[in-house]
Design a protein. Structure first.
Length: 247
């Protein structure tokens, strides 16, 4: 392919190429993509050939807007890998996110991105069924690590904003996470939806379960009470107390 392209190195851009583009030899299209003016970018992006896209990346006039379209249309791992190695583009958070959205992105590239993706965005990757399972699993792993790096205040905000559903994505809670959750549950006003989800989750620490069972306004709620009794991780002494008071 390089030899074929060398045959066209003396060619300069001509306006007639806009109309004849689909009929041009691949080697010429590759060469022209490298030197084309801005008015030709749309026709190049509609080419559909990743070899043409590869040389288009070398065009000094392209902007992030063209690169984003190129990522959407890329169909080979090689092209995406090459793009991810260009510091000018890989430094952009917008481009990193777009790379993750392409199902052809190789796992090696996705892994590099997920290691630094903000916590709130990892959730979107985890739930994107169009992405390969290994990418979603890596996102879940990164999600758990990112959760552990949150401050106490940030951890409490996540518990509140997700109404406790974040526990579904975690396998363990660190001591820091447990302390943050206990302090949150000790506040005068805690949303009922959060209390109910914590009552149902098997990841809820026993200390939090006991806090729920001891607050009359919560334990009088039939749904919360039933959730605690149905939760296999609720300490037996707590279940016995609930049954005794509400038999």
């Amino acid at each position: 392919m390089q030899h074929e392209e060398e045959n066209f190195e003396a060619e300069t851009w001509q306006g007639k190429y806009l109309e004849s583009w689909p009929r041009l030899p691949l080697g010429l299209r590759r060469h022209l993509a490298r030197i084309a003016p801005h008015e030709a970018f749309q026709i190049i992006l509609s080419d559909g050939n990743d070899e043409v896209f590869e040389t288009f990346l070398e065009n000094p006039k392209i902007t992030q807007a063209e690169v984003l379209v190129l990522i959407d249309r890329a169909r080979t791992q090689y092209l995406i890998e090459k793009l991810s190695r260009i510091p000018k583009w890989y430094a952009s958070h917008t481009i990193k996110r777009r790379l993750l959205s392409n199902p052809h992105t190789p796992f090696s590239v996705a892994r590099r991105i997920l290691d630094y993706l903000p916590f709130v965005e990892l959730k979107r990757v985890m739930t994107n069924v169009n992405l390969p399972r290994e990418v979603r699993n890596k996102a879940r792993e990164s999600f758990r690590k990112a959760f552990q790096r949150l401050s106490d205040g940030e951890t409490q905000m996540i518990f509140l904003s997700t109404e406790g559903r974040v526990l579904r994505e975690l396998t363990i809670l660190t001591d820091k996470d447990k302390r943050a959750l206990i302090r949150l549950m000790q506040q005068p006003k805690v949303p009922r939806s959060l209390v109910l989800h914590l009552s149902r989750s098997q990841l809820t620490p026993p200390e939090v379960v006991q806090l729920i069972a001891r607050r009359p306004s919560w334990i009088m709620d039939k749904s919360i009470r039933q959730a605690l009794l149905a939760n296999g991780k609720t300490p037996q002494k707590v279940k016995d107390l609930i049954k005794k008071k509400h038999s």
